[in-house]
Design a protein around this ligand. Structure first.
Ligand code: KG4
Ligand code: ZN
Length: 351
């Protein structure tokens, strides 16, 4: 079954065609980065406007690259939550119209679950590792979310920990914005950090992981980034280890990145201990971070599965892929389905 997947939850206008939930026939991502760069952050009004201007052409390109006409598409999947409401509505309206006009099965899917589905996709060449068996641990790290969860199926996750304040990608973005490292912040910090000394500053880590959960069932897998962000932006001098004269911007980037990844790593270790699961699937834009990848890859007894960098960020292939799984078992969304900025009650049982 060839499914068209549409993604417009944030600043990527994306469409893809995926066959049988695995084989990517096309994956087009039109990024709006240049339009948001001067504001150093995503401006929701600009995002939805650009999606409106681009969605038709992006979907057309996805069909062209797959070598298919609209009549060869057999199902339509689209992100309906969570995300920027105005942006979500553009993709959702387009996908509904496409499905309705061609009388195709239609499904609205969750963006978080779709990120965790990404490693089940194969490139056009059919190459790739075998997808991990369920259950596994999910590490979802992006600009809007930082979640550690147990994943029992494509549509069944239990949140073990989440950020209690900022998301990890958001912390990268804010540090980069403050020091003028570049936009988007995560990739800019990652690049700059490669020439920096990660030991130049020793930033404090949140104490959350030391405490047991309130019900005594295990460790806390929650995360917190606002303390680290404040330390790096407002109290830099207090945490310097290296001589002041020799400190470079790259040192700030490298030391911050090391601490940011350490926070994730400790919470993940708690999750491994509590669940006994030793396979971790990472997803979301910040899963592209090179230090995070090497830190996790070097961990004995842990199998880490990272989607390729183009499948880590927002894309339509993960939407088409997970959409196929719902469509295959007969699930359909009504055309009255609407977008949601947040998913209520996601804290423990999700969605
Ligand atoms: O998943 P995504 O494309 O969109 C959201 O759903 O948020 O993630 C974007 C986030 C941004 O905060 C960006 O700074 C971060 O992912 N990011 C990175 C890297 N590449 C992107 N963070 C750290 N290191 C990277 N290499
Ligand atoms: Zn995302």
């Amino acid at each position: 079954m060839k499914v068209l997947g549409i993604e417009s939850s944030c600043d990527e206008c994306a469409a893809a065609v995926v066959e049988d939930g695995r084989r990517i026939l096309s994956n087009v991502v039109a990024t709006q980065i240049p339009f948001h760069a001067k504001y150093q952050g995503v401006v929701p009004e600009i995002a939805s406007r650009k999606h409106t201007e681009w969605i038709y052409a992006v979907a057309g390109e996805a069909l062209d690259k797959a070598g298919l006409g609209p009549e060869q598409i057999e199902g339509v999947a689209v992100t309906s939550r969570p995300g920027l409401l105005g942006s979500l509505l553009v993709g959702l309206s387009f996908a509904k119209a496409f499905a309705w006009s061609r009388n195709l099965p239609f499904i609205a899917v969750d963006h978080i679950l779709a990120h965790l589905y990404a490693p089940r996709l194969l490139s056009g060449t059919g190459e790739g590792e075998a997808p991990p068996d369920y259950p596994f641990l999910g590490l979802l790290v992006s600009g809007g979310h930082s979640i550690i969860c147990r994943v029992d199926d494509f549509d069944d996750i239990t949140v073990l920990g989440a950020t209690i304040d900022d998301a990890v990608g958001e912390a990268f973005d804010k540090v980069a914005k403050h020091y003028g490292f570049g936009y988007p912040g995560g990739a800019a910090v990652d690049k700059l950090a490669q020439s920096g000394d990660p030991e130049a500053f020793r930033f404090p880590l949140p104490k959350l992981q030391k405490e047991n959960r309130r019900d005594g069932s295990g460790h806390s897998c929650d995360l917190s980034y606002s303390g680290l962000k404040t330390a790096v932006i407002n109290q830099l001098g207090q945490f310097r280890v290296k001589e002041a004269e020799s400190v470079t911007p790259a040192d700030i980037a490298a030391s911050f990145q090391k601490a940011a990844v350490e926070i994730l790593f400790r919470a993940l270790q708690n999750a491994v201990e509590d669940t006994g699961l030793a396979t971790v699937v990472a997803g979301g834009g910040a899963a592209a971070n090179s230090y995070l990848r090497s830190r996790l890859a070097g961990q004995r007894g842990l199998r880490c599965v990272f989607p390729s960098p183009e499948l880590c960020g927002d894309n339509g292939a993960m939407i088409a892929g997970i959409g196929f799984q719902y469509l295959r078992r007969g699930d359909r969304s009504p055309l009255s389905v609407t977008a949601a900025a947040r998913v209520p009650g996601f804290k423990r049982r999700y969605p």
